[in-house]
Design a binder for this molecule. Sequence first.
Ligand SMILES: *[C@@H]1O[C@H](CO)[C@@H](O)[C@H](O)[C@H]1NC(C)=O
Ligand SMILES: *[C@@H]1O[C@H](CO)[C@@H](O)[C@H](O)[C@H]1NC(C)=O
Length: 162
Amino acid sequence: MKTSLFLGLSICLVGICSAHLCLLNPRQRGSLTGYNKAAADDCYLTTGECGGRMSDSNNMAFFKRGMNYTVVLQKNLDHHNSTDPGSFVVSLHHNTDISFYTRTLATIPDTDAPSLSLYTADIFIPSDLQLSESPVFVLEVVYNTNTIPIVFRQCADILVLA
Ligand SMILES: *[C@@H]1O[C@H](CO)[C@@H](O)[C@H](O)[C@H]1NC(C)=O
Ligand SMILES: *[C@@H]1O[C@H](CO)[C@@H](O)[C@H](O)[C@H]1NC(C)=O
């Protein structure tokens, strides 16, 4: 634990700890600048729910209950651990209280694909989602690397229609 924490810190100190996961489709909250280069600042969100970015009601994709959708994410900076590969986890949360409703929609294993590689996940929007309170949901992707003790997060705000 101490060793891996030290490793994480030293990776950051040499300056390559500035970017890891981008969510392209649905588009991530907030800015999405410079993602064609590894270590883009907008792909390095690690703190708290949604990496600390506030919801963005001007930028919501429309979904329907019971539909299939392909999530496209980018491993902006590779941290693959070949002995214990991490994963990208796609989940759905209700926006009024992120801990109130959570469902995992897909888990994609990390691979040794290099930085900037795209990963896709085919998801199914549950047909039994309760929409009465609010149709606004949060689609979150979390990158667990198993290499450094940091979890990378991106969220997209989505509107789910009946
Ligand atoms: C969604 O995908 C599943 C399996 O991949 C398929 O059985 C189902 O018919 C699809 N639903 C729609 C609405 O396309
Ligand atoms: C990869 O995972 C293994 C098993 O969890 C761990 O012991 C090792 O330190 C990890 N490697 C790196 C480079 O973090």
